[in-house]
Write a protein of this length. Structure first.
Length: 389
């Protein structure tokens, strides 16, 4: 998605126009060890989907989004640290492989993270976040990241992880409250830094950075395809089911189109030329992309249930997941475009509102009809935006 861009590496906070400087040299790409690292997050995303599928009440949604936010932040944190490392760094490889083991155990414990496996989940997750700090310290030693900036948010990581482990020893709403506080503190770490310190955090290899986040979007879209397959697994392949599966896949393709057709490359080019590349990347990718990811996961849960009950009207919670998941994704992408490109995307806002309207009017419809309406909406959005150019 970025092969046409010239090779360059942005150094945020360096001397030069706009507080940055272009260095000659080959651009970083995603390494093989990073792709291996992504595989454990494929599993983690599946676990979050399963957790939400089993409890579509508001409390269940809140718990699922909390653990999704934690998993996302661990993945995103390593993107930043790996971006500051040398591509063939032995330290990067060793720490990513060690973190893989811990995050996989966290994923195994995730479905029971609010029950019997809370401490296992919290301790292994905290270990991943501390390994991230170790990797950043190595990048600082190599001169690729600023230690003063790292030390600034290291405190919030340590405090957040201490609260996460402490919360695992509590029960019920007390655990949820302490874990929510832990996540908020961890997320607030980079924002807690002064803007100048954050600007000088590290070099940003732009193509690598944009590519990594695009790959995670594909991982999540893959989860929506798996969800449709799981929903159809124990059903006879009659006409209604085949049509519903095809329409759900069409929706997934359209969501992919929304992200990758033009905007991904435009956003990468804008980040390359941005006067504040570190701050823009943090806002647009680390924070705003969580909205897109959450939207896809919620949509996947709705699709799974809709395919399973293809000929029956959907319950309110399932129908809301199907429609609001798409709406959330479109709102997130509009926010991403606004932050990096400065453009108001009225079509996506209107399509998000239309998705919620489909939720309201589709209560008596069979599941396949609700899926068809959502597919038609997102395909129409893609057609309008593609024609507009």
């Amino acid at each position: 998605m970025s092969g046409a861009t010239p090779p360059a590496t942005l150094v945020a906070g360096a001397e030069g126009e706009g507080g940055r400087e272009l260095l000659a040299g080959p651009e970083r790409r995603t390494g093989a060890v990073e792709l291996l690292w992504d595989l454990v997050f494929v599993f983690a995303v599946t676990q979050v989907t399963a957790l939400l599928s089993h409890d579509l009440a508001w409390a269940g949604l809140g718990r699922s989004m909390l653990v999704l936010a934690l998993m996302w932040w661990a993945w995103s944190a390593f993107v930043w640290a790996a971006n500051a490392e040398e591509e063939r760094s032995r330290e990067l490889r060793a720490l990513l492989l060690a973190a893989m083991v811990l995050i996989f155990i966290s994923g195994l414990a995730l479905p029971r993270a609010f029950g019997a496996e809370a401490t296992l989940f919290a301790v292994t997750y905290a270990g991943v976040r501390l390994l991230h700090l170790t990797l950043y310290a190595d990048a600082s030693r190599r001169g690729n990241a600023a230690w003063t900036a790292i030390a600034g948010f290291a405190l919030t990581v340590v405090v957040g992880m201490a609260l996460l482990v402490a919360g695992s020893l509590l029960h019920g709403s007390a655990r949820v409250a302490l874990w929510t506080l832990a996540a908020l503190i961890d997320y607030a770490g980079p924002a807690w830094l002064t803007r100048e310190r954050l600007r000088g955090l590290q070099r940003v290899a732009v193509a690598h950075f944009a590519e990594r986040y695009g790959l995670f979007i594909i991982i999540c879209l893959g989860e929506s395809i798996i969800a449709a397959g799981v929903g159809a697994a124990d059903r006879p392949l009659d006409a209604k089911l085949v049509v519903a599966v095809a329409l759900s896949l069409t929706t997934t393709i359209a969501l992919w189109w929304v992200y990758f057709d033009r905007r991904a490359e435009e956003a990468e080019r804008r980040l390359r030329d941005h006067h504040d590349p570190v701050l823009a990347a943090a806002d647009a990718y680390s924070y705003i992309h969580l909205i897109l990811v959450a939207g896809i996961i919620v949509f996947a849960v709705g699709v799974k249930a809709a395919i399973h009950d293809v000929g029956e009207p959907l319950g309110d919670a399932t129908r809301l997941a199907l429609c609001a998941g798409v709406a959330l994704y479109l709102i997130g992408h509009a926010a991403f475009v606004l932050r990096l490109l400065g453009a108001l995307d009225y079509e996506k806002a209107a399509a998000a509102a239309a998705a919620l309207a489909i939720y309201v009017v589709s209560a008596p419809w069979p599941a396949w009809a609700a899926v068809a309406a959502i597919a038609a909406l997102v395909v129409a959005l893609c057609a309008v935006q593609t024609a507009r150019g």
